[in-house]
Design a binder for this molecule. Structure first.
Ligand code: HEC
Length: 132
């Protein structure tokens, strides 16, 4: 299954202390919601998984706006506005603010999947994202 235990999260602590703090807070919450493992692979799969738009029937995924190569800038699929790269290795402002992470998880999961992402899904996706 390639699942890893949720703690310890020391692996996250690289040069970016702000990210490590925010991400550790997020994982603490996921743990309290009963999540005990995380999987970078599941996160990646979900990131690229296509869901049908309820109105247009068109396929859409997280990658529709953010792209599959997280080191490159994305582009909002509706407005065409550029979106800064999601990979913290090239964008040090990523995942440094718990409020921002929560706000966008909620909004983007609803937009893309049609529902909020579970704590497990968020833990997997966030694991994938922070390692890029
Ligand atoms: C319709 C376009 C769109 C789609 C689809 C989309 N996002 Fe986003 N996302 C955005 C925008 C716009 C922002 C905010 C601007 C920014 O942070 O650059 C954002 C920001 C985020 C952030 C905040 C990052 C941070 O720095 O804290 C996360 C996390 C995120 N998205 C996750 C997802 C996930 C998971 C999916 C798929 C379920 C997804 N997004 C799909 C447009 C999108």
């Amino acid at each position: 299954m390639n699942k890893k235990r949720l703690i310890p999260l020391i692996f996250l602590i690289g040069s970016n202390a702000a990210m490590a703090n925010a991400v550790n807070d997020m994982f603490e919450e996921y743990k309290q919601s009963g999540v005990s493992t995380y999987s970078e692979q599941s996160g990646k799969a979900l990131w690229n998984k296509e869901f049908k738009n309820k109105k247009t029937g068109k396929p859409q995924s997280c990658a529709s706006c953010h792209g599959s190569n997280l080191k490159q800038a994305g582009k909002h699929v509706r407005t065409g506005k550029p979106i800064e790269p999601m990979a913290p290795s090239v964008n040090s402002t990523r995942y440094t603010d718990v409020k921002k992470i929560k706000k966008w998880f909620k909004r983007n999961c609803k937009w893309t999947i049609g529902r909020e992402c579970s704590a497990q899904e968020q833990a997997d996706i966030l694991t994938y994202l922070v390692k890029q």
